[in-house]
Ligand binder design. Structure first.
Ligand code: P6P
Length: 343
C-alpha cells in the first residue's frame, strides 16, 4: 500500500478533513524523495562537507543542510496548506505569502537534515518535522503560530535516510512507517501501527560522562554493573545521529538520552523541531519523553530555537533515568560554571 493510498483510506475515517494535512504530508514525502536522491549521490555530486558558511547557531552548514532546507521550503511555498515555517537553518520564522495565505491552516517546524556531519562517514541522517494548526486568523503565519506546546501538534514525523529510506509519522492515531521503494519511487507501508517494546538499549554520548549530572552518571554506571552475578542486561548503542538512534529504539526498545551537561546547560537538542516531534511520536507508540523531570510535550516554549535535555524511549527505561535524576542531583551541578552554550 503506498503512502497516497494509505492517506486516501485514512481520510475517509476522519470526516470533514479538508485534505490540507494530507497534502502537506504528501508534499513532505516528495521533498524527502528529492533529498534522498542527493544524499545517495552526495559523495559523487560534491554535496559532502561544509558549504563554507555558518548557520545562525554558528555551526558549520553542510551542503546537504542548505539543499534540504531549500527543497522543503519550496514544497511548502508551492502548496497552499502552510502559512509559516520555522527551520533550524533560519533564525526567524518564514511567513508564507501566497494567494492562499488567508486559508493556509498549518504551521510547520522542521530540521531539514539532523546529523548532517555524519554524511561524510555514510551514517544514517534524518529530517524531522512538526505540524500545528495556526492560531492566527488569516494572512501569512506568525511566530506565535509556531510557538505552541508540543501537546498541540496535529502531526509529526521523520525521514531516515539510511540503508533504506523511511518516512515515519503520526497524525495522532498511532505511528506508521513507510519504506521508499526506489523502483517505483513510492513510500510503501512497511511498519503499520508501530509500538515501542520494552528494551535494554541505552544510547548516550558517554564521552561527556564527566560533564553529566550525577544522576545521569549513576544511571550509566547502573547499566554497566553486573546484576546478581550475571552480565548486565543493558546494551550500549550510540550512533550519534538522533534520528537513527531514535529509530533503532522505536523498533527494538530502549532509551536515548541527550542530557544537560556543564557545556550544554539545557541540553543540545532543540525543543520545537527535534524533541517535540519525537516526543509526539514516542507517546503515540506507547513510549515516554521527558527532560528528566517534565513531560517534553508540556514545556511552554519561548523561542523556536530553544534547547532541552531529552530522555526518550521505552517507558520503563525513561523512568529509570528519571529515578536516578530525582535521587542524585549533585550540588556542583546546581551552581554550574558559566556554560559554554546554554541557549
Ligand atoms: P554530540 C547531530 O549533530 C545531533 O544534533 C543529533 O543528531 C545527535 O544525537 C547529537 O547531535 C550528537 O551530539 O554532542 O554527541 O556530538
Amino acid at each position: 500500500k503506498t503512502l497516497s493510498q494509505f492517506i486516501a483510506e485514512t481520510q475517509r475515517e476522519v470526516p470533514f478533513q479538508t485534505g490540507d494535512l494530507a497534502r502537506l504530508i504528501q508534499d513532505i514525502s516528495i521533498a524527502a524523495k528529492i533529498v534522498n536522491r542527493e544524499i545517495n549521490k552526495a559523495g559523487l555530486a560534491d554535496m559532502l562537507g561544509a558549504a563554507g558558511s555558518a548557520n545562525i547557531h554558528g555551526e558549520d552548514v553542510q551542503k546537504l543542510d542548505e539543499f534540504a532546507n531549500d527543497e522543503f521550503l519550496s514544497v511548502f511555498r508551492a502548496g497552499d496548506a502552510c502559512c509559516v515555517i520555522a527551520s533550524e537553518e533560519n533564525e526567524k520564522v518564514i511567513p508564507l505569502v501566497h494567494e492562499f495565505s488567508h486559508r493556509a491552516k498549518y504551521a510547520v517546524l522542521i530540521d531539514p537534515i539532523d546529523g548532517s556531519s555524519n554524511t561524510e562517514v555514510n551514517v544514517s541522517i534524518g529530517t524531522i518535522f512538526s505540524i500545528y494548526t495556526r492560531l492566527s486568523e488569516n494572512g501569512p503565519g506568525t511566530e506565535a503560530d509556531c510557538l505552541q506546546k508540543g501537546t498541540a501538534q496535529v502531526a509529526a514525523g521523520y525521514v531516515i535516510y539510511g540503508s533504506c529510506t523511511m518516512l515515519v509519522y503520526s497524525t495522532g492515531n498511532g505511528v506508521n512507517g513507510f519504506t521508499l521503494d526506489p523502483s517505483i519511487g513510492e513510500f510503501c507501508l512497511s511498519h503499520p501501527n508501530m509500538r515501542i517494546p520494552e528494551g535494554k538499549f541505552y544510547s548516550i554520548n558517554e564521552g561527556n560522562f564527566q560533564r553529566f549530572e550525577e544522576g545521569i552518571q549513576k544511571f550509566i554506571t547502573y547499566c554497566q554493573e553486573e546484576k546478581s552475578g550475571s552480565a548486565s542486561p543493558y546494551i550500549s548503542r550510540h550512533i550519534g545521529s538522533m534520528v537513527a538512534d531514535f529509530h533503532r529504539n522505536l523498533i527494538k526498545g530502549g532509551v536515548f538520552i541527550y542530557p544537560a551537561s556543564k557545556e550544554y546547560l539545557k541540553g543540545k537538542l532543540r525543543l520545537m523541531y527535534e524533541c517535540n516531534p519525537m516526543a509526539f511520536l514516542i507517546e503515540q507508540a506507547g513510549g515516554k519523553a521527558s527532560d528528566g523531570y517534565n513531560r517534553i510535550l508540556e514545556i511552554n516554549p519561548y523561542n523556536i530555537h530553544q534547547r532541552t535535555p531529552l530522555i526518550i524511549g521505552s517507558v520503563e527505561m525513561v523512568e529509570e533515568v528519571e529515578h536516578f535524576l530525582k535521587q542524585n542531583t549533585s550540588p556542583s551541578f546546581k551552581n554550574p560554571p558559566k556554560a559554554i552554550i546554554n541557549f
